[in-house]
Ligand binder design. Structure first.
Ligand SMILES: Nc1nc2c(ncn2[C@@H]2O[C@H](COP(=O)(O)OP(=O)(O)OP(=O)(O)O)[C@@H](O)[C@H]2O)c(=O)[nH]1
Ligand SMILES: [Mg+2]
Length: 315
C-alpha cells in the first residue's frame, strides 16, 4: 500500500527526498555491498566509492575528500557498510552545513523585494506560489508580480497562485516590458504597504546574452525605485539537470547577484548530488528544497537530512 496521507508531514517529505536521491544512495550502497562479504576496506572499494560520488555529481574535490575520509585509519580493517555510509553522510553534511541558511525577511524593508530567476521550467512560478503560501500563513501581506511577460499562460499561472494565497497580483499585458512591470509592482507594493513582493521572471537559458541582459535591466530598474532592492535574488534550480546547474549559478550570479538557491524536483529521479558540488564551489546560501508540486512541498533546506538521504541512511 502506498498511503502516505496518514504520515506526519516530516516523514512524508523525508520519504520523497530519500526516494528522489535513491539513484545516488543506491549506487553507493552497491559499491559498499562487498563489505558484507569481504569485511575489509581496500583501495578498490575506495575507488568505487569515489567513482559513485563523482557520477552522482558531488564534484571531484568532495568525492576525493570523502573517499579519503572513509579510508582514514580504516584501510585493511574491518568496517561495515553502515559505517561507510555514516562517514559519507558526515562529510557531505560538513559541506552543506555552512550554506544551509533560512531566507530571512527583514521587516525594515517594506516591501521586502524577492526576485526569482532561473532557466525555463526550473520551478520558479511554483516556488513563488509555495513561498507566498508560507509567508501568508506567517501573517505577512504578500504581493506577486507577473514579471514573466512573455507568455500569457505564465501570467495566468501566477494569478491562480495569487487567488490561492489571497495575494494581489500585478500583471501587465502579454509582451509588455518586464522591467517596467517590476517598477509598477514595487511602486504598488509600497503604496499598499505590502510586507513582501515576490517578482516572477521568464525562464531564460544562461547562455542567451539578450535574455540575460534583459534580466540585468530588471534588476537595474528595481534599484531605481529602491536602491536596497532586490533584497533577495533567488535562483531556482531543477535538481534533475545535474552538472548544468554549475553554469546556471555562475551566469545568474554574474547577471543578477544571486543571494540564495532553491533546488526543486528533489522528489522523482533527482540528481541532487550537484547541490554538494555547488555548495563547495559557490558557497551560496541554500534556502529551500522542493519535493513535489503541491503548495506544502517546499521545505527549509536541512544539511543533515540531505546528507543522510544521499548516503542512503534511513531516518
Ligand atoms: N515533482 C516536482 N515538480 C515540481 C517541483 N517544483 C515545480 N515542479 C513542476 O515543474 C513544472 C514547471 O514549474 P514552473 O513553476 O512552471 O516552472 P518555471 O520555472 O516557472 O517555468 P517557466 O516559467 O516556463 O520558465 C511544473 O509542472 C511544476 O508543477 C518540485 O519540487 N517537484
Ligand atoms: Mg514560470
Amino acid at each position: 500500500m502506498n498511503d502516505t496521507t496518514s504520515e506526519t508531514p516530516k516523514l512524508s517529505w523525508w520519504r520523497r527526498l530519500s526516494a528522489g536521491l535513491k539513484r545516488t544512495s543506491g549506487a553507493l550502497g552497491t559499491a559498499v555491498a562487498d563489505l558484507v562479504t569481504k569485511r575489509k576496506l581496500d583501495r578498490a572499494m575506495l575507488d568505487d566509492i569515489e567513482d559513485v560520488l563523482l557520477r552522482a555529481d558531488l564534484g571531484t574535490q568532495v568525492a576525493a575528500r570523502i573517499a579519503e575520509a572513509v579510508g582514514a585509519g580504516r584501510y585493511d580493517k574491518a568496517i561495515s557498510a553502515d559505517e561507510v555510509k555514516a562517514v559519507v553522510a558526515t562529510e557531505v553534511e560538513k559541506v552543506l552545513s555552512p550554506v544551509a541558511k533560512p531566507l530571512v525577511v527583514e521587516a525594515s524593508h517594506k516591501p521586502f523585494v524577492i526576485l526569482v530567476v532561473g532557466v525555463n521550467g526550473s520551478g520558479k512560478t511554483t516556488t513563488i506560489g509555495k513561498l507566498a503560501a508560507k509567508f501568508a500563513s506567517d501573517g505577512k501581506q504578500v504581493m506577486l508580480a507577473a514579471g514573466d511577460t512573455f507568455r500569457a499562460a505564465a501570467i495566468e499561472q501566477l494569478k491562480v497562485w495569487g487567488e490561492r494565497t489571497k495575494a494581489p497580483v500585478i500583471a501587465g499585458a502579454q509582451g509588455s516590458d518586464s522591467a517596467s512591470l517590476a517598477f509598477t509592482a514595487i511602486t504598488a507594493a509600497k503604496e499598499q504597504a505590502r510586507d513582501i513582493l515576490l517578482i516572477d521572471t521568464a525562464g531564460r537559458l544562461q547562455n542567451k546574452a539578450e535574455l540575460m541582459n534583459e534580466l540585468e535591466k530588471v534588476v537595474r530598474v528595481i534599484r531605481k525605485v529602491d536602491a536596497s532592492a532586490p533584497h533577495a535574488v533567488l535562483l531556482v534550480l531543477d535538481a534533475t539537470v545535474g552538472q548544468n546547474a554549475l553554469s546556471q549559478v555562475e551566469a545568474f550570479h554574474r547577471t543578477a547577484g544571486v543571494t540564495g538557491l532553491v533546488m526543486t524536483k528533489l522528489d522523482g529521479t533527482a540528481r541532487g548530488g550537484i547541490l554538494v558540488a555547488l555548495s563547495e564551489k559557490f558557497k551560496l546560501p541554500v534556502h529551500f528544497i522542493g519535493v513535489g508540486e503541491g503548495v506544502d512541498d517546499l521545505q527549509p533546506f536541512a544539511a543533515r537530512d540531505f546528507a543522510r538521504a544521499i548516503a542512503g541512511i534511513d531516518d
